[in-house]
Design a protein around this ligand. Structure first.
Ligand SMILES: Nc1ncnc2c1ncn2[C@@H]1O[C@H](COP(=O)(O)OP(=O)(O)OP(=O)(O)O)[C@@H](O)[C@H]1O
Length: 264
């Protein structure tokens, strides 16, 4: 479903600020794979997500979805295939628009320009049904401005909007990190349900190692722009944070110096 081939990305090349964000990264996800991504600060996780979503292009290498090379396509052109939820609950939704207007926008994502964002009676029924799945009462607040929702409610809506059109790839960029533990757990459960029901091919960046172990069928660890560990479904069972830290030390020859990652 998703194939990244030999992707490299360098920032500020040839200057004192040169940073290797990705170095010769190869990754293939089959349809329905749910891959969690961990790694220390600056490991290249966000850059990887940005290359897939089209926010930036690799200096070398390629990205393809479903066999189509999308390396040079813009972010807007890719939006029909890709749904993304960011860490910041404010990022995925338009605060001055109502819940139903936001959903109409998500519904039209990647479709022909000029289509109306009008909320028809039929669409409203679909929106109500979809929102009902979240189980937090948003289906009764269709005309509420999104700016009035709590962070957790907004993130639940962002998640629904990102998955609404059953994208080929779902990118979750530390999407529970800014929430309190109870809301984070709610969003995690919703994520699991939506991914499972739609069999979505998913890449989820998280700083929470427990979460990375518990969720999904595969785990990758990044360090200094490379994928240094790729743990497939069978080997994930029985994995512990301690063992993961041990593997990191063994491969990189150093202790993991990122408290946020170690402590979760
Ligand atoms: N726009 C940019 N300009 C210059 N350097 C950048 C830019 N974006 C990222 N970098 C650098 O590239 C490297 C990888 O950054 P990236 O944000 O992908 O890491 P990350 O794994 O997401 O880190 P974190 O967990 O801290 O968010 C880092 O050294 C970072 O400083």
């Amino acid at each position: 479903m998703l194939t990244i081939t030999s992707a490299s990305k360098l920032f500020n090349p040839g200057t004192v600020d040169e940073k290797v964000a990705l170095m010769d990264v190869g990754l293939h996800l089959d349809r329905g794979d749910f891959v969690t991504v961990i790694g220390s600060n600056g490991a290249g996780k966000s850059t990887l997500m940005n290359l897939i979503s089209g926010v930036m292009k690799p200096d070398l290498g390629s990205v393809s979805i479903g066999g189509t090379d999308i390396t040079v396509r813009t972010e807007a052109q890719r939006s029909r295939w890709i749904g993304r939820v960011f860490q910041d609950p404010m990022a995925g939704t338009a605060p001055n628009m109502t819940i139903e207007e936001n959903l109409a926008m998500a519904y039209n994502r990647g479709r022909k320009r000029g289509l109306s964002w009008a909320v028809t009676g039929r669409r409203r029924a679909v929106f109500r049904e979809q929102l009902g799945k979240l189980g937090i009462g948003l289906e009764n607040r269709l005309t509420a401005k999104v700016g009035l929702l709590s962070g957790g409610e907004r993130q639940a809506l962002s998640l629904l909007m990102a998955t609404f059109t059953e994208p080929d790839i779902l990118l979750l960029d530390e999407h529970t990190a800014a929430l309190d533990p109870a809301r984070a757990e709610l969003i995690t459960r919703l994520t699991e349900t939506l991914v499972r029901e739609m069999n979505l091919t998913t890449l989820m960046v998280t700083h929470n190692m427990e979460q990375a172990i518990r969720l999904g069928n595969r785990l990758i660890m990044m360090d200094k722009g490379r994928i240094i560990l790729d743990i497939p479904a069978g080997r994930k069972d029985g994995l512990t944070v301690q063992r993961l830290l041990g593997e990191f030390e063994q491969i990189s020859g150093q202790k993991l110096a990122d408290d946020r990652l170690v402590l979760g």
